[in-house]
Design a protein around this ligand. Structure first.
Ligand SMILES: *Cc1c(COP(=O)(O)O)cnc(C)c1O
Length: 425
């Protein structure tokens, strides 16, 4: 038995499924997860002495690679002064100023501890502000695991076949209207059927938890127009895309101004963090100024803030986005060329440092078309890559990520390995 197998056996006895987040289990690709003891740059080092090129990047946050010296140094400095104060600390002001400067629609921001907290709080705020109960979400978009949002969700909820979780009261689910992505007419119909009842529309502007889906021209603009016309708040969940595709997220790329935005992942520099922000008049409805309650013992934690500030400053100074996009193209080209040679239908949507691998002839534009991907074939491709030294997300419905540390040899080697894995299918 390998050391990872031994650890997993122990984990199974004391942790449900052996993992603290379902996406880490290998249930959809088969086999058991490996344990990682350290990570550096583009590489993971496993408990079994293996070295893997990492295309998961801790599910998004590690855009600058693992174990970045400047982020590590920032955490070490903060650590010298204590880990939590339960009072305001200067780091909170600094990161809030950075977020407000970089993200076009955010005038005020509140920090919390995870993306789930951010989206849950943004939904409560939208309901409190508009005094309406219903929200619209899109099938396949994942917004964390709070009750209102865990309906037809992507990510682990989809991979493991529970898009509608047990434990979500039907009465809550009724307040969430699920629509297909890229279908502005469906949104118009929902507004017509629920006049003056819809508090907000929440979406991943580039859905990245059902593989990767890109909005068709005009879709995001149509949401903005319809929300404005109906007094409904437009909420961009940029937990994944914020600071990954541009400092200002998809809203900067697409020139669309949401009312509220949620952030997480990259803004914590690898430590647990979330944030939500937007129009000042809406944000001022939060306690202690307004009637919408939201709180957190460890919110604005100095270590997490220090790591996040370091990451955001590095992204500002180095502007890696054009380089990351070239890297993403390189991977997309290699995968498509390998599939053509093999005569396999393959879709590889890519934007910046994000890409997904769908084994289907159908262009993927929403949840239904994403599900046409051959998950069993993906499982074989996944293990073919893993055996050869490349770690992809262990699910046919997740996005893969690149970091600045992948530039040069790591990406070239990974392209060769993925090409070989496709040839061997
Ligand atoms: C990861 C993610 C979340 C949830 O964030 P957690 O920190 O895992 O709670 C929410 N929305 C999107 C778009 C995400 O990618």
């Amino acid at each position: 038995m390998t050391r990872s197998e031994q650890l997993f056996e122990r984990a199974l006895r004391v942790i449900p499924g052996g993992v603290n987040s379902p996406v880490r289990a290998f249930r959809s690709v088969g086999g058991t997860p490996f344990f990682v003891t350290s990570a550096d740059g583009a590489m993971l080092y496993t408990a079994d002495g293996r070295q893997l090129i990492d295309f998961v990047c801790t599910w998004g946050p590690a855009i600058l690679g693992h174990n970045h010296p400047a982020i590590k140094a920032a955490i070490a400095t903060a650590l010298e002064n204590g880990t939590s104060f339960g009072t305001p600390n200067p780091y909170e002001v600094e990161i809030a100023e950075l977020i407000v400067r970089f993200v076009p629609s955010i005038r005020k921001v509140r920090l919390c501890n995870s993306g789930t907290e951010a989206t849950m709080s943004a939904i409560r705020l939208a309901r409190g502000f508009t005094r309406r109960d219903k929200i619209i979400k899109f099938a396949g978009c994942y917004h964390g695991h709070s009750d209102s949002l865990l309906i037809k969700a992507g990510s682990g909820a989809l991979t493991h076949g529970y898009p509608d979780s047990a434990g979500v009261p039907a009465a809550f689910a009724r307040e969430t209207i699920i629509l297909p992505f890229n279908d502005p007419a469906a949104v118009a119909a929902a507004f017509a059927a629920n006049p003056d009842q819809i508090a907000g529309i929440i979406l991943e502007p580039y859905p990245a938890n059902v593989g990767l889906i890109l909005p068709e021209p005009g879709f995001l603009a149509s949401l903005r127009t319809q929300c404005t016309a109906h007094g409904t708040l437009l909420i961009f969940d940029e937990v994944m895309t914020g600071f990954r595709l541009a400092r200002g997220g998809v809203q900067e790329l697409e020139g669309i101004t949401p009312d509220l935005t949620t952030l997480g992942k990259i803004i914590g520099g690898g430590l647990p963090v979330g944030a939500f922000g937007g129009r000042a008049d809406i944000m001022d409805c939060l306690a202690p100024l307004g009637p919408v309650y939201q709180a957190g013992t460890l919110s604005g934690n100095p270590l997490a803030m220090a790591a996040g500030i370091a990451a955001l400053k590095l992204l500002e100074e180095s502007n890696p986005y054009p380089r990351l996009n070239r890297l993403g193209r390189e991977v997309q080209d290699a995968l498509l060329a390998a599939a053509r040679k093999k005569g396999l239908p393959l879709q590889v949507p890519q934007v910046g440092s994000m890409f997904a691998v769908f084994f289907t002839a159908t262009p993927v534009r929403d949840y239904t078309t994403a599900l046409t991907s051959d998950a069993a074939l993906f499982g074989r491709f996944f293990h073919g890559c893993l055996d050869r030294g490349v770690y992809l997300p262990p699910s046919a419905y997740e996005t893969a990520f690149l970091s600045t540390a992948h530039e040069g040899t790591a990406v070239a080697r990974a392209c060769q390995i993925m090409t070989d894995a496709i040839a061997a299918l």
